[in-house]
Design a protein around this ligand. Structure first.
Ligand code: 1HN
Length: 340
């Protein structure tokens, strides 16, 4: 840079000004250049460290005893992509994670152990492996473990999105454990059985009142689909979780998907602008992300950043759960996908 320019930049800096032409290329890149990098977390290697958290702090003291899955390209920022947060939460027998609410939306995917519950706005649901559970924005939620095993699940939240918008609010509930207002299964019966109350008229961005998507049902549906049709070249068998009352994503900021890949099948490369977190629920295989191969097995988590090519191969019949910020991008007209 010339001395004339340098001196000029220094002078205007004192007035809160800086030249666009020095940063234009980085501000408006020809295609996404996410700072997040591809990464995989092997549950078999993490499990002992997660259990150790149970000896270091109680759930009550921690409020939420979670180890954050921090993207290696975004260390110190508590996120797995620029828009999403993910972590592994542990709750030990007899513990409670106290009731609170916040404007951040959360999902849980149950990975290990049984006997815990999550309560959302006065209704509990027993957490079983593979269950997809949501706590929409501003709903009170607490967790408890009435069983005799440690229970671990993956949390996914839109924390970085809400932080970016400076729209975060949070508060603790008056009591640690919410009183039970409705029996278990009530929301599924009212809103998740191809039936709706007559006076229920949700707005398009309202989260679903169905706050648990039992794995048993998802698995049965995916097996029926896989048995009835050839896999799609790019997706194998992939379905999106929906708000059954509107057909939109369960929560306005996070989309979630289930995917079945038959043993021996390899998907063609695909890339999309929504950086996506994947969890292997069943089986095993490989994810080739922008040319690097990651082997995955049960409970492993891997992240595919925006616009990175993904190819999936199953060595044993695989079932993957995944989530991303796709509904945000679609609402803003930004989402793109390329099938190669
Ligand atoms: C939260 O409320 C939970 O409810 C988990 O289990 C992780 C991370 C940041 C902020 C709130 C939960 C969270 C969280």
């Amino acid at each position: 840079m010339t001395d004339v320019r340098r001196a000029y930049y220094d002078r205007i800096a004192a007035h809160g000004l800086t030249p666009l032409w020095e940063v234009l290329g980085a501000l408006v890149p020809p295609e996404p250049r996410p700072p997040a990098v591809p990464a995989l977390w092997r549950y078999a290697e993490l499990r002992e460290h997660v259990m150790e958290a149970g000896r270091v702090i109680t759930a009550e003291e921690a409020e939420r005893r979670v180890l954050i899955l921090e993207n290696p390209g975004l260390r110190g920022q508590s996120c797995i992509t620029q828009s999403l947060y993910a972590g592994l939460q542990l709750i030990l027998p007899g513990e409670v994670a106290p009731a609170h609410r916040h404007t951040q939306s959360a999902l849980r995917l149950v990975l290990d152990g049984e006997g815990a519950y999550t309560a959302v706005d006065g209704e509990r649901t027993t957490m079983r492996r593979g269950d997809f559970i949501i706590t929409p924005a501003w709903t009170f939620h607490d967790h408890g473990n009435l069983g005799d095993q440690p229970v671990v699940w993956l949390d996914g939240l839109d924390i970085p999105t809400v932080r970016f918008l400076d729209a975060g609010f949070a508060e603790k509930a008056a009591t640690q454990v919410q009183s039970v207002a409705r029996p278990e299964g009530d929301a599924l019966a009212r809103y998740g059985a191809n039936l709706l109350p007559l006076d229920y008229a949700p707005k398009p961005a309202d989260p679903t009142k169905v706050f648990v998507y039992p794995h048993e049902k998802t698995r049965a549906a995916m097996q029926a689909i896989a048995a009835a049709s050839a896999p799609d070249p790019h997706l194998a068998h992939k379905q999106r979780y929906v708000n059954p009352a509107t057909g939109t994503s369960p929560m306005p900021t996070i989309a979630a998907f289930t995917q079945a890949i038959p043993a021996g099948f390899e998907t063609r490369a695909l890339r999309s602008t929504d950086g996506t977190i994947h969890v292997c629920l069943e089986g095993s295989g490989e994810a080739e992300i922008a040319g690097t191969t990651y082997r995955f097995a049960e409970n492993d988590v891997f992240v595919v950043p925006s616009w990175h090519r993904l190819q999936l191969r199953a060595s044993r019949d695989a079932m993957l759960f995944s989530f991303s910020d796709r509904p945000v991008q679609q609402a803003l007209g930004l989402w793109r996908e390329e099938r190669l």
